[in-house]
Design a protein around this ligand. Structure first.
Ligand SMILES: Cc1cc2nc3c(=O)[nH]c(=O)nc-3n(C[C@H](O)[C@H](O)[C@H](O)COP(=O)(O)OP(=O)(O)OC[C@H]3O[C@@H](n4cnc5c(N)ncnc54)[C@H](O)[C@@H]3O)c2cc1C
Length: 282
């Protein structure tokens, strides 16, 4: 099977346009499982590893935004500057697979696969990330809410690829938590990312593995805004956190499958929401 190896974004655009049926390969931690275990046989692959620009990140202080290339591996998000600026992304990255998977697996690959269990995705949803994509028609920006359209389905068009993701730098608290069948090397049965912007007095929460897409619990967010002060220095009544967890659970749409029952998932995501909100005030 031929593997094309572009060395720049321009070359990538060109070869992907010439071969729209080609399969993109970043770290290969999802796709090579498809090839080796599930019999996928792509006619042509395009390796992204030599496109240096995809593995870069940058910070625009004037706009308080960080832009992270699609090819940045989890290992680079776990510690250092990205972890300092987007701590919830670092927490999510640390829960992914093993060190080997985190060295190879990328943000772009998580978005390409678009599983409801993808650990980076609730973080992107809670932070209202913008996905920058490039294709034959040029560049376009897709809000995360419009990017994921179903189980393992995204809104990329033929020959389009994820170039990078940009996220706001929030003054306040953010955290990610996940529940699985064991402590490590596990796909989540429920996950959540909560962001408390204490300048704006806003909390956002996004849920993973409890619906066909990542779910933003908008009703629970709105209820919380009316029920508690979320600004810096405020305190939280434990009964508010408990009710918030209950309301978040109501917005989940889990199913029974080999990893968990829907009932357990709904319960777990409510507990995660309650704990994350409580932590954001401690
Ligand atoms: C043992 C093991 C444990 C795992 N544990 C976890 C876990 O805990 N949490 C988790 O979320 N995931 C987990 N995964 C899944 C996987 O590691 C992640 O989804 C990872 O982010 C995939 O990234 P990748 O670079 O390896 O993607 P690839 O396998 O290279 O690609 C995945 C898909 O994305 C597409 N793609 C890649 N880059 C782009 C791009 N720039 N633009 C558009 N499409 C693109 C590919 O064509 C392919 O369809 C695990 C996998 C394994 C094998």
């Amino acid at each position: 099977m031929p593997v094309l190896i572009p060395r720049s974004v321009d070359e990538l655009v060109e070869v992907f346009q010439e071969h729209p049926a080609a399969k993109l390969l970043a770290g290969g931690t999802d796709y090579m499982v498809e090839v080796n275990l599930h019999g996928r046989k792509p006619e042509i692959m395009i390796s992204l590893r030599q496109v240096k620009e995809l593995s870069e990140w940058s910070m625009r202080a004037s706009q308080s935004r960080i832009t992270i290339g699609a090819g940045v591996p989890y290992a680079d998000m776990e510690h250092g500057e990205i972890a300092r600026l987007v701590p919830a992304l670092a927490q999510a990255a640390r829960t992914v697979g093993s060190p080997q998977i985190r060295a190879a697996g990328t943000l772009g690959g998580n978005l390409g696969t678009c599983s409801p269990a993808g650990d980076s995705l609730p973080v992107l949803a809670a932070l209202d990330a913008t996905i920058h994509v490039i294709g034959p028609e040029g560049t376009r920006d897709i809000e995360f809410a419009d990017f994921m359209v179903g189980v393992k389905r995204n809104s990329l068009q033929p020959s389009e690829f994820v170039h990078s993701v940009s996220l706001p730098i929030i003054a306040g608290w953010q955290g990610y938590a996940k529940v699985g069948t064991r402590n490590a090397m596990v796909i989540s049965t429920a996950s959540a990312c909560l962001v408390r912007d204490s300048d704006e007095g806003i909390v956002t929460i996004a849920l993973g593995s409890v619906g066909p897409t990542i779910i933003r619990a908008h009703s629970a967010e709105a209820w919380l805004m009316k029920s508690a002060s979320l600004r810096a220095g405020a305190t939280l009544d434990p009964s508010v956190a408990e009710e918030f967890g209950r309301q978040v659970a109501l917005e989940s749409r889990p199913i029974d499958d080999h990893r968990s029952t829907a009932e357990y998932r709904r319960h777990a995501v409510g507990v995660l929401a309650q704990r994350l909100l409580t932590r954001s005030f401690s």
